[in-house]
Ligand binder design. Structure first.
Ligand code: AMP
Ligand code: GLY
Length: 432
C-alpha cells in the first residue's frame, strides 16, 4: 500500500518511520517532509501544500489513506476536504479541531460536559481582562485564543507579568494578530504534567502509551515555554489506577461530549493534564488543553515503542473498527531529546550545517524536524531541528543512550536540555 503523511516535523518523521516498517507498505509520501524523510527507506518527500493538489495526488496514486500530523491543516479543514472528495484520511474535521484551535471553545466544551479544568474567563477588552487579573492575583495564566504553536501561553508569576501579557496579546502592538483578539485568563494549576493521547474513530477509543513532555527551554524547567524540548514514554506518574481515572473522567466524556454535540471525533486526541502531586489517587486531575493531533516530541518515543504493524491500527481507525484494534507496546522506556537551533524559540536561526549525525540503530533513531538538504548539505531549517530517541530497559539507560547520540550530533548553536527524563528518574528512584 501507499500512504500519505501530512507535515514536516519530528512527529511526522517518527510516524512515517514506524509505518515504513510494515511489510504491507510500498511507499510513504511525506508532504512536505524534511531532510530526514527525504532520505529514509520507503519514504519520499512531496513538495505539495495545497489541499486540492494533495487530494488529486492521493486519488491519482491510489493512496490507501492519509494521516495528518500538525494542527494547522486540520484547523483549515483538510479532513473535510479529503472526505468530500472520497479520499480516506485520519484526523478530526475542522469543527472537531476547534478543541485545539480555540481555547475558548475548548474551555466551554469542558465546562458543558463536566470535564475537570482550571477556572477561567474569556476577554476581548484589555481593561476588563486587567481588572479580572487584579482581582484574582498572581500566579495566573494568560492564553491567546488561537493556534500559536505552543507559544501563546504566559504563566505569569507576578501581576506585572500578567498585565504585560494582556498588553502584548490584546493591546495595540498586536503581537498575536488574529490569534490574540481574545484571551483566556485561567487559574494557575500546580502539579506534574502528563500527555495522554488516544485514537478515536468517532465511536471507539484506543489509548496510546503515556508520555511526558518538557515544555521549558532550559534545564530544571526554567526559561521560556517551547513546543517541547524532549519527552519519554511511558510516564511512570500515570499508574494503572490513574490511567483508568483519566479514561473515565476526561477521555470518555470528551468523546461522548463531541458525539452529543453533533461533532463525532475522529483522529488523535491529546489531553494535556495537570496532576496534583499529592500522594493519593483521588488527587486533583485537570485538563490544561486538548490538542487535536499527536504531540511533538511525544510521538517520537511513543512510535519507538510500537511493536505491531501500525498500518493495521490506523486502518482500523479509518474504518471505524478501533474496537478490534490492539497496540503491542515494547515494555522498555524510550527517551527523546530535542536539539533546537540557535535562537529558538523566539528567533531560530536557519542554515547552520549539520556536520555530524549519530548512526541509527535498532534502539536509537534520529528523527528530523527543522532540517533540509541544500546543495547536498544537511542544514537547519527550523526551530526544533532533531529529536534523538533511544529505547532501553530503564529510564537511566535510555537517557544515557540518547545523550551518547546527542554528543555525536553537531551543528553550530545547537541547544538542548541535559535533564530530559528527570521526573521519571525521580519516580523510579522512589520505587527502588
Ligand atoms: P497549553 O498550550 O494550554 O498546554 O499551555 C502550555 C503550557 O503552559 C502547559 O504545558 C503548562 O506547562 C503551562 N500551563 C498552561 N495552563 C496552565 C495553568 N492553568 N496552570 C499552570 N500552568 C499552565
Ligand atoms: N509537545 C506538546 C505538543 O505537541 O503540543
Amino acid at each position: 500500500m501507499k500512504l500519505l503523511v501530512i507535515g514536516s516535523g519530528g512527529r511526522e518523521h517518527a510516524l512515517a518511520w514506524r509505518l515504513a516498517q510494515s511489510p504491507r507498505v510500498q511507499k510513504i509520501y511525506v508532504a512536505p517532509g524534511n531532510g530526514g524523510t527525504a532520505n529514509a527507506p520507503l519514504l519520499e518527500n512531496l513538495p505539495l501544500q495545497d489541499t486540492d493538489a494533495l487530494i488529486a495526488f492521493a486519488r491519482d496514486e491510489k493512496i490507501a489513506f492519509t494521516v495528518v500530523g500538525p494542527e494547522a491543516p486540520l484547523a483549515a479543514g483538510i479532513v473535510d476536504a479529503f472526505r468530500a472528495a472520497g479520499q480516506r484520511i485520519f484526523g478530526p474535521t475542522q469543527a472537531a479541531a476547534q478543541l485545539e484551535s480555540s481555547k475558548d471553545y475548548a474551555k466551554a466544551f469542558m465546562q458543558r460536559h463536566g470535564i475537570p479544568t482550571a477556572a477561567y474567563q474569556t476577554f476581548t477588552d484589555p481593561q476588563q481582562a486587567k481588572a479580572y487579573i487584579q482581582e484574582q492575583g498572581a500566579p495566573i495564566v494568560i492564553k491567546a485564543d488561537g493556534l500559536a504553536a505552543g507559544k501563546g501561553v504566559v504563566v505569569a508569576q507576578t501581576l506585572d507579568e500578567a498585565l504585560q501579557a494582556i498588553d502584548h496579546m490584546l493591546g495595540n502592538d498586536g503581537a498575536f494578530g488574529a490569534a490574540g483578539a481574545r484571551v483566556v485568563v485561567e487559574e494557575f494549576l500546580d502539579g506534574e504534567e502528563a500527555s495522554f493521547i488516544v485514537m478515536c474513530d468517532g465511536q471507539h477509543v484506543l489509548p496510546l502509551a503515556t508520555s511526558q513532555d518538557h515544555k521549558r527551554l532550559q534545564d530544571a524547567d526554567t526559561g521560556p515555554n517551547t513546543g517541547g524540548m524532549g519527552a519519554y514514554s511511558p510516564a511512570p506518574l500515570v499508574s494503572p489506577a490513574l490511567h483508568n481515572r483519566i479514561m473515565r473522567e476526561v477521555i470518555q466524556p470528551a468523546i461522548q461530549g463531541m458525539a452529543h454535540d453533533g461533532i463525532p471525533y475522529t483522529g488523535f486526541l491529546y489531553a494535556g493534564l495537570m496532576i496534583d502531586q499529592g500522594p493519593d489517587i483521588s488527587r486533583p486531575l485537570k485538563v490544561l488543553e486538548f490538542n487535536c493531533r499527536l504531540g511533538d516530541p511525544e510521538t517520537q518515543p511513543i512510535m519507538l515503542r510500537v511493536k505491531n504493524d501500525f498500518t493495521e491500527t490506523l486502518e482500523h481507525a479509518v474504518n471505524g473498527t478501533l474496537d478490534q484494534a490492539e497496540i503491542e507496546w515494547d515494555r522498555r522506556t524510550a527517551v527523546g531529546v530535542v536539539l533546537a537551533a540557535a535562537g529558538y524559540p523566539d528567533h531560530p536561526r536557519k542554515g547552520d550545517a549539520i556536520t555530524s549525525l549519530a548512526p541509527d540503530t535498532d534502539t536509537c533513531v534520529t528523527f528530523h524536524a527543522g532540517t533540509a538538504i541544500q546543495d547536498g548539505q544537511l542544514r537547519t531549517s527550523g526551530g526544533r531541528v532533531l529529536c534523538i530517541t533511544a529505547l532501553a530497559d530503564s529510564i537511566r539507560r535510555a537517557q544515557q543512550a540518547a545523550y551518547d547520540a546527542v554528543n555525536q550530533t553537531l551543528f553550530e548553536g545547537r541547544q538542548f536540555r541535559r535533564d530530559i527524563g528527570w521526573r521519571a528518574l525521580n519516580t523510579s528512584k522512589r520505587h527502588d
